[in-house]
Structure formats: C-alpha cells, structure tokens
Ligand binder design. Structure first.
Ligand code: AMP
Length: 219
C-alpha cells in the first residue's frame, strides 16, 4: 500500500499513520519528524531548517525533494509507505509523481483527513509528546492516567515549539495557501478519498480502514 496523507496540521495524520504502520507493517514517512531529527542532531542542514520550522513556514521544495528521494529509495519503503506531511506544495506533488514513476511505484490513494478549525486548534495547542516513549498525547483529550503514565515513569510532556498559537495560525494559513490546492490535484487524478477526522482515534481509524478497503473481509 502506497498512500499520501493530506490534511491540515492537527488533523491527525501522524496518529493514524502510526496505527496503520503497525497494522500493515509499512513505514510512516513523516517529513516533519525527519526534519526535527535533523534539527536535534545539530546537522548543518538541521540548523538551517530550524528557524523555518519554528516560524511555521515551509522548507524549500528542492531540499524536500532531496529528503524524500533518499528516503523512498531505502529498503523498508519498497513494499509500501505512508507519506505523512509530503507533498505540501504543488511542486512537491509534481516531484513525487516523477519520483514514483521512476521507481515504478504508483500511488494507491491520497487520504484527506477532514476536520474543522476549532478542533484543529485544540488538538495543536494541547498536543504533547512523552519524552520517554514518543507517545502522542493531548492535555485536553488524553486521560489523566495516560498523562500520569509518562510523568510517573520520569518522562516529560514535550510541547513542540511550533505548537503555540501564533505559529499555529501561520501553519494553518500556509496549509490553506500552499497545501489545500493538492486536494483538487489528487481528486482530478482519481486518487482522493476523504475521511471525517472528527472523533476518537479509534473511530477515525475505523473510517480510515473503510475508505482504504481494509474493512473486515478484505485484507
Ligand atoms: P509537521 O510535523 O508535518 O507538522 O511538520 C513540521 C514542520 O516541518 C512544518 O511546519 C514545516 O516547517 C516542515 N515541513 C514538514 N514537511 C514539509 C514539507 N513537505 N515541505 C516543507 N516543509 C515541511
């Protein structure tokens, strides 16, 4: 299975990708995670990207093409992948199409995670990551027991620098301007499926499986 996850920041792409990755045994390729890893590693490229990411702007298409070509060429991506956060611009969509043509790996679907603005805000401002396990949590939606599990084990609930309100507003504006047009791009190529992404993680995942034809009785 080769899919792209489309949707605004906070629409739940990463959360659903992780569940799907576990079920289908294919990698979640999150360009945001890859960029944050480069920043943490302190590489020259990471340091250049840091201010762009912290401001909620997009890293250049040229750089992203390099990042994604390298990643899609790795052995674990040969039997399928879930692209989470790429493509984000029309140019990236063209680049991805060329790349997948070269690799002879056609895309199965682009899944749009559809969710309203108010919910996005709450999901983003409340989002935390457990420093020990990397588990995604939310101070508004996770149970106290889940939050305590991380804290009691000595972990911290990390708040991403770009998850503050001002930067979030910019990220959502960038999404509308640069990424939302990709909905029509994939629709016109017959690849778009839409999931109502308002609900619990399990509810959304059930819908997700359905639109991807993974419901009971198929694979
Ligand atoms: P994410 O974790 O997907 O929300 O990405 C965090 C940040 O990484 C974004 O706000 C951008 O600054 C950068 N980023 C991630 N993916 C891309 C991409 N495909 N193109 C450009 N910038 C990206």
């Amino acid at each position: 299975m080769r899919i792209v996850l489309l949707g605004a920041p906070g629409s739940g792409k990463g959360t659903q990708a992780k569940t799907l990755m576990a079920e289908k045994n294919i990698p979640q390729i999150s360009t945001g995670d890859m960029l944050r890893a480069a920043v943490s590693a302190g590489s020259c490229f990471g340091l250049q990207a840091k201010s762009t990411i912290d401001a909620g702007n997009l890293v250049s298409d040229d750089i992203m093409l390099g990042v994604i070509s390298e990643r899609l060429g790795q052995p674990d991506a040969q039997d399928g992948f879930i692209l989470d956060g790429f493509p984000r611009t029309e140019q990236q969509a063209f680049d991805l199409s060329d790349l997948l043509d070269q690799l002879d790996q056609p895309l199965d679907a682009a899944v749009l995670m559809d969710v309203g603005f108010d919910i996005l805000m709450k999901r983003l401002t409340g989002r935390r990551t457990c420093s020990l396990t990397g588990k995604l949590l939310n101070i508004y939606y996770s149970s106290q027991a889940e939050l305590d599990e991380c804290l009691d084990a000595g972990g911290e609930l990390i708040h991403r620098l770009d998850d503050n309100e001002e930067v979030i507003e910019n990220r959502l504006a960038v999404y509308r301007r640069k990424t939302e047009p990709l909905v029509d791009y994939f629709r016109s190529r017959g690849k778009l499926v839409t999931v109502d992404a308002d609900g619990t993680i399990d509810e959304v995942y059930d819908r997700f499986r359905k639109v991807l034809g993974m419901d009971v009785g198929s694979d």
